[in-house]
Design a binder for this molecule. Sequence first.
Ligand code: C5P
Length: 240
Amino acid sequence: MDKLLVALDVETGERALDLASALEGVAGGFKVGSRLFTLEGPDLVRQLGALGARVFLDLKFHDIPNTVSQAVDAAVRTGAWMMNVHASGGVPMMQAAAQAGRDAAQRLRRPPPLLIGVTVLTSMDDAGLRGTGIQRSALDQVVALAKMTQTAGLDGVVASPLETAAIRHACGDQFLIVTPGIRSASAGTERNDQARTMGPAEALRAGASYIVVGRPIIAAPDPRAAAEAIVEELASVGRT
Ligand code: C5P
């Protein structure tokens, strides 16, 4: 199922590759975050690519346009399929990122990467935002940053399940929404540290293009069976 992205939040490249092999044909891609990337580097992204896997490189670039362009260029060279930048870096920064993605892909004769904006971190609430000088609500800020992301020509945003419907409404059908925070009977009843969750099918119905699931799969006794149960639930959306 190409809509299921599995977060490889593990400590070693070996474990990540084992999981990727175990989930071959069930997961639609794998998310590599800053810990695993810092420990294992771009070789791991290349190795996952060699297994035929799509990699979402979740490094949340946030810097001046020139530096972010160079980082996006480097990320494309690893073979990553999807990557992200902080939308609060501004439209010129995101435009530079998108241009760098297209240029690098053309140079390497590859399809351009999917570039995704990070809006408001889900660890921030209204009070936290006010502390940074932003007076509007977290949801209004998320929607405003999603629109900025779209204006800059990026492909979509990462959004919590509870923000998905508002972004889908504001940004239309073609905009990608990548949604973590997935929990349910099939996606694990343990919430871990996720406060605002939705089930896999519910998230798709709310407008998610891709769901990101970590612990309910990678910490399951049988990760492949856990992933298959989620895919089954996702498939039910197509039938309804
Ligand atoms: O284990 P779990 O399913 O909670 O993993 C979700 C993944 O999505 C983790 O890699 C987490 O860092 C990431 N994520 C998130 N919430 C966000 C953005 C990213 O949980 N708002």
